[in-house]
Design a protein around this ligand. Structure first.
Ligand code: 5GP
Length: 137
């Protein structure tokens, strides 16, 4: 499969679409999920174009996981939670809807995971959660 540079996350990376960002460096971006499966649902993406984890350069994957860990710690501290579901869907068959590799950090239990990419969240509330995560970084 060829990487589609018009996918939503590619457009967010180019600044063509807005996102509520919590962390950014030259290789990775972390931002709030627009249809959260729980309060504080955050996405971490490498900036390099890759569709799934299987396509991703291993060194970039390793660095991205370091950022995933950093954001997970900030979610726990900033939101006062103590459990996070780390989810990574590789391929449409697995349920992946946006074809740019990403890691979901969902502060909830596996048993309470809401519906996937189903309902727009309250963007004001999401902004407030993002501020708390950023403050804990
Ligand atoms: P996937 O199904 O590919 O694993 O996850 C894609 C995620 O991106 C879903 O959780 C969905 O809610 C989220 N999402 C879809 N469109 C947008 C968008 O425009 N902005 C943001 N921030 N998240 C999005």
């Amino acid at each position: 499969m060829t990487y589609d540079d018009q996918n939503i996350f590619a457009r967010i990376l180019r600044g063509e679409l807005p996102a509520i960002k919590v962390y950014e460096d030259d290789q990775v971006l972390a931002f709030m999920d627009i249809m959260p499966q729980a309060d504080g649902h955050t996405l971490v993406i490498p900036k390099t174009p890759a569709i799934t984890l299987l396509d991703l350069d291993p060194e970039i994957a390793a660095y991205t996981i370091q950022v995933v860990q950093k954001i997970a710690k900030a979610i726990e501290k900033g939101l006062g939670v103590d459990g996070i579901v780390l989810m990574q869907l590789s391929g449409a068959t697995a349920g992946q809807t946006v074809p740019h590799v990403h890691f979901h950090l969902v502060p909830t239990s596996l048993h309470n995971l809401g519906k996937h990419a189903a309902q727009m969240g309250d963007q004001e509330k999401i902004k407030q959660l993002a501020e708390k995560i950023k403050a804990a970084l």
